[in-house]
Design a binder for this molecule. Structure first.
Ligand code: SAM
Length: 250
């Protein structure tokens, strides 16, 4: 991300590590879909998590062009920390959107509420594109199932306990969510970026909606599957206006 030119990106939509893994999550060995190996979500302390957030927010703010937006999926308990860091770097608070998962993971121990919501912090720089899609579509509350079925990528080298290919990524987001934010906050041909790309959901949604997208992912396995997924996604535009972005890169 640091190598990109400054003032370059029209929209960031991202889903960074949440720092919500705790030791209890590791105990449920009998379940296949509990987050047992989410190494990217583990931080030594609250302070080291804040330092991590500060580092990437600072870089992203530099790469966002004037009149751009940023949507960040985040754990509700850290949303104020994230917002304050964004404000420190000059971004403007525009609201929090709640995503309600209609089919969350069940609560095995029945000792608390299910974790069926995630928050999305919406921040802007300048006066960005905002395509108001109609009163019914612009609630700050969105309901969808978690990513599943054919949309959910499978790890072809790993079987789950019932002998099927295991789920590739523990937190693959539904395309529908990303498509919604992209439609609202960008135009055809714009450049989007997801610095924590995982399975390439932002890239696929951008391609489907005829936008460019730069995804960055640290894990080689995820990035391998993401590339395959992006390649096979369809786009209605045959030829992108590459000239627009090559000029910026020069
Ligand atoms: C919550 S997941 C994103 C999932 C994604 N939204 C999707 O739909 O697949 C966060 C991702 O960030 C990646 N990640 C963690 N630290 C990173 C870093 N420093 N640079 C790039 N990617 C990183 C992790 O490997 C993980 O795939």
């Amino acid at each position: 991300m640091e190598e990109l030119p400054d003032n370059f990106i029209d929209l960031v939509i991202t889903d960074p590590p949440f720092n919500v893994m705790n030791k209890q999550d590791l105990k449920f060995k009998h379940r296949t879909d509990i987050r047992q190996d989410v190494k990217f979500d583990q931080f030594e302390s609250y302070e080291s998590y804040l330092t991590f957030i500060d580092r990437w927010v600072k870089i992203i703010e530099q790469k966002l062009r004037m009149n751009s937006s940023m949507y960040i999926f985040f754990a509700i308990q850290y949303i104020t920390d994230l917002m304050n860091i964004c404000l420190k770097y000059g971004l403007r608070y525009k609201g929090v959107i709640i995503w309600h998962k209609t089919n969350p993971a069940p609560k095995i121990r029945k000792n608390g509420y299910l974790s069926s919501t995630e928050s999305v912090l919406f921040m802007t720089k300048g006066k960005p594109t905002f395509n108001f899609l109609g009163q019914n579509k612009m609630h700050n509350f969105i309901e969808t199932p978690i990513c599943m079925g054919n949309e959910r990528l499978k790890d072809e080298q790993k079987l789950n306990k019932i002998g099927n290919f295991a789920t590739l990524h523990p937190t693959q987001k539904p395309l529908e969510l990303y498509e919604h934010f992209i439609e609202v906050s960008s135009n055809v041909d714009d450049l989007i970026s997801d610095p924590f790309a995982g399975t390439g959901t932002a890239n696929v949604a951008s391609k489907k909606l005829n936008r460019y997208c730069l995804g960055i992912e640290i894990d080689e396995k995820y990035s391998h599957y993401a590339k395959e997924r992006i390649r096979s996604a369809s786009s209605t535009i045959q030829k992108f206006r590459i000239d627009k972005w090559t000029k910026k890169i020069e």
